[in-house]
Design a protein around this ligand. Sequence first.
Ligand code: NAD
Ligand code: APR
Length: 232
Amino acid sequence: MEKIVILTGAGISAESGLSTFRDEGGLWAQHRIEDVATPEGFARDPALVQGFYNARRVQASKVQPNAAHEALARLQRDWPGDVVIVTQNVDSLHEAGGAKDVIHMHGTLAGALCSACGHRWTAPPEMAVGESCPACARPTARPDVVWFGEIPYYMDEIYDHLSSASIFAAIGTSGQVYPAAAFVHEAQAAGARTIEINLEPSPGASGFDERLVGKATQTVPRWVGHLLAPHS
Ligand code: NAD
Ligand code: APR
């Protein structure tokens, strides 16, 4: 049966109340990437970076999944083949909306990582700088978020899914960051039909077979309904 691989970005969580990065007033208009989303920034001022992610973690814990998250969970339940959700987002709204086995290629706000031994665990709501690692006891805890210049998680698994995708959808992402921005080409090389679902066409929109433009809470349920209609 046809496998569907879905890549999501910050835009799918926008209507839940979480800022995107590159829209007007987005996170990168409020903070410098060099300061809060690079290993160098963390080394320079760990308290600033830890505070940035603590604030995002607390904010993300207060919002709810929206109709787009819930529609993708329904697709996973009702589609007669595999539906794999790969997200660049570090919030957990896909899981809150009922999705399973979500692949967080950029890590999660809920997670902590030990810079020394690589151990990953669930972070406390307000993680202190120099928090000790529960595995190696060294004071080397950091947010479990993949920063610019670092390698995303689960890439082998992701490329394996893309190589056997029949349908690939990119939802709510500006397609500005690699390697995620190239997933559409990997899927097309495998013969997949590709669609971009976005508030407005991204700079790479013309590289997709189809485009669905509008708010995710309207476009994603419509797209899922269209896919499931023949199977309902
Ligand atoms: P990139 O070079 O693809 O950057 C894309 C855009 O991000 C750039 O056009 C620029 O707008 C911005 N950017 C990147 N680095 C910047 C910097 N040091 N200062 C200011 N702006 C910067 O991104 P990349 O560095 O090649 O990313 C490589 C890895 O980092 C990738 O594996 C990606 O998955 C990961 N990453 C993680 C996050 C995250 O916050 N989780 C964000 C972006 C990238
Ligand atoms: N519905 C659908 N799409 C939306 C909505 C909405 N309600 N609101 C915004 N969008 C779209 C925007 O048009 C934009 O194309 O979501 C996209 C958000 O793009 P970015 O802010 O660049 O976020 P994203 O693509 O997820 O960024 C990728 O860059 O900085 C890193 O860590 C960050 O993982 C992130 C990566």
